[in-house]
Design a protein around this ligand. Structure first.
Ligand code: RET
Length: 251
């Protein structure tokens, strides 16, 4: 019969743990917004929306929603019988892509406002980011043929390079123009973001991509990354920006 790559009880427990972490983070971030005047709460609003979205997505995954089984035919090398295949049935948690398509633009908005990027640059970074997530979704599903799958993956990686370019080059230049304090904070938190985000396509490559990592292993890897990229990033941003008046936003 087909090889089955499915979540087990341990994976489901991990999903529940992350759900709870995201709910707590959302409560803490909204509580923190009371410490600043109402005109200065945009970072709190954005960052709370990020963890609320993640909490909803983890609730879906923990209760068995936002997931579907993907069937892949794997061809075997066999000199005597041409075209021997086995089937792999693997669960793909598409709820992640719904989460990422909302939360990664919001994370970029946080960083863009911190740096003081202009509207055109923010728009390019966010559109490239959405293209990255949607083509990543195509890579996960449109993959009866391997070249097609890695083709989508390559397109997503190019879009990711556009995102990085905007942060590393334009974002840094704008932050520098604001002040030394803003600049060093931006370099630190954008550098952290770059390292954490770059781990996602690596995990994808060994999980959904080549199916070497089990579904439980994939859940654990993304759990660690999601906690770093959302609650840890968020608490760092909210506590630090409050001490740097130049990061205030005039809207
Ligand atoms: C995919 C696969 C295709 C290639 C690339 C990817 C990048 C994903 C990234 C995700 C970041 C997610 C975050 C989530 C929430 O906290 C879609 C995995 C480049 C960068 C930060």
């Amino acid at each position: 019969g087909p090889e089955k790559q499915f979540v087990t009880d341990d994976g489901t427990k991990t999903l529940w743990v992350v759900f709870v972490v995201m709910v707590i983070a959302s409560a803490v971030f909204s509580a923190l917004s009371w410490r600043v005047p109402v005109q200065r709460r945009l970072y709190h609003v954005i960052t709370t929306l990020i963890t609320i979205t993640a909490a909803i997505s983890y609730f879906a995954m923990a209760t068995g929603h936002g997931v579907s089984v993907h069937t892949v035919k794997v061809r075997h090398q066999n000199d005597h019988v041409p075209d021997t295949f086995t089937e792999v049935h693997r669960q793909v948690f598409w709820a992640r892509y719904v989460d990422w398509s909302l939360t990664t633009p919001l994370l970029l908005l946080d960083l863009s406002l911190l740096a003081g990027l202009n509207g055109a640059h923010i728009l390019i970074a966010i559109v490239a980011d959405i293209i990255m997530i949607l083509t990543g979704l195509f890579a996960a599903f449109g993959s009866e043929s391997t070249p097609q799958k890695w083709g989508w993956y390559a397109i997503a990686c190019i879009a990711y390079l556009v995102v990085i370019w905007h942060l590393a080059v334009n974002g840094r230049a704008q932050a520098q123009a604001k002040s030394q304090k803003v600049s060093s904070f931006f370099v630190a938190i954008a550098g952290f973001t770059l390292v954490v985000w770059t781990a996602y396509p690596i995990v994808w490559g060994i999980a959904d991509g080549s199916r070497k990592l089990s579904v439980d292993g994939e859940i654990i890897a993304y759990a660690v990354l999601d906690i770093l990229a959302k609650p840890i990033f968020g608490i760092w941003l909210l506590l630090t920006h409050a001490r740097i008046p130049e990061t205030n936003i005039d809207l």
